[in-house]
Design a protein around this ligand. Sequence first.
Ligand SMILES: Cc1cc2nc3c(=O)[nH]c(=O)nc-3n(C[C@H](O)[C@H](O)[C@H](O)COP(=O)(O)OP(=O)(O)OC[C@H]3O[C@@H](n4cnc5c(N)ncnc54)[C@H](O)[C@@H]3O)c2cc1C
Length: 438
Amino acid sequence: MVVRARLARALVWLLVALPVLFFLAGLRPADFTSAAGILNMLGRLTGVLGLACMLLSAALSARVPGFDQPFGGLTRLWHTHHLLGAAALFMLMLHPLLLAFAAQSVGAGLGFATLFPPLSDIASWSGWGALLLMMIFLAPTFSFFGPPHYERWKRVHDIAPFAVILALVHTFLFTRTMPANLDYVVWTVFALLAVGAVLWRFVGSRRIGRLPYTVAGIERPANNVVELTLEPKKRPLRYQAGNFVYMTPFDRELAAGCGEEHPYTLSSSPRESNLRIAIKDLGDASRALQSIQPGSRVTVEGPYGRFFKTPDEVATPELWICGGIGVTPFLARMRHLRKLEQGGDIRFLYCVQDEARALYLDELQTLADAIPGFRLIPHYFYREGPISQSFMRENCGDIERREVYICGPQPLSRLAQSHLRALGVGRANIHTEEFELL
Ligand SMILES: Cc1cc2nc3c(=O)[nH]c(=O)nc-3n(C[C@H](O)[C@H](O)[C@H](O)COP(=O)(O)OP(=O)(O)OC[C@H]3O[C@@H](n4cnc5c(N)ncnc54)[C@H](O)[C@@H]3O)c2cc1C
């Protein structure tokens, strides 16, 4: 799985390198003979690199179900998308500066004229427009103005397609940088990938990707958590234990979040005819869902994620660590193993504040008793403090030979990972699921 993810990422960076290689192939000796030539060449190079990163970053944002699998899940795919976005912004900020320095070293005042051309120079101004829009929609991502509010961040991010269009106008209008008109071919292919992704995201996924469901049942495992049972109206979703979906409710009575999509892990076994989703009140939309009514219409898009290596069987001994609502992928896998009548050597460290806040404890214990080889080990913070290496070692003597899965709040996840590394668990054997996608 790790090797496949590395290969998928390597392929993306190789694609970024492709236009750069074509650009380098088109260089002439004159590009290296003066300071102005070198600065100009670097200016064009940063433009090529920045555009490649920008278009591939756009292409990776498509969220086509299944496409995240080779990357090891959507969170990891989006990590590459973010890196590409950051690299694009950096390169495209350098691009005009280097060109201006190059022009200035040819003649006084030319640098200023490069940065601020006449208004009729559509080619240059479309480039500036693209850069400005990029700065606007990436500023919240880099938390320039503090932690972003998710919905606001998403709305600002929706201007990204306009930046892509302006960048393409700039590129196609400007002088060529590659031999034999390769520019047209390369940028057309990259543009098709980016435009295809945007079209899927804003049109295709809404029309074909979202499956209609109805809320058929509502359970309340705690006063700030609801578990919805969703009945398919058409084709049921096919998924694996540990996957997540984007769910959009369409109940106008909801105090917030009607028509807003949010990611939730499926807590049901893929063998069940209905989907189950447990939702904790963590913000306005998830709070409103606590009062959703049976019969409400929702859509579900997915599945995404790749948490468990072997969701249907226990191929090697496993250790699970979770906290809070991070219990959902484990609940799904336990329900699934029970349905399949599968057993295996699994230790489950369930970290909670106290007994009252241990979600699903009774059901987890019943499932643990029914799955051969399974051991559920609750860890109560009020009694034992933060999870420690000695607690892990005491309850899991052979920890270093296990595949470890962690899902929970970031402080718990980070602490558990540092203990695991200290106890000799290999990085490749530690798998985490993040409930934060930004
Ligand atoms: C892969 C994944 C699986 C998840 N599974 C579950 C689950 O099984 N049960 C559960 O209760 N919660 C789950 N969550 C968290 C859930 O998505 C957020 O609690 C919910 O989106 C909060 O929305 P809100 O408007 O109520 O809160 P807000 O106040 O808008 O946000 C609260 C927090 O949730 C994050 N968030 C909000 N919207 C999104 C979004 N669309 N995508 C990513 N992060 C967002 C924000 O960054 C913020 O940190 C999961 C999140 C992810 C990424």
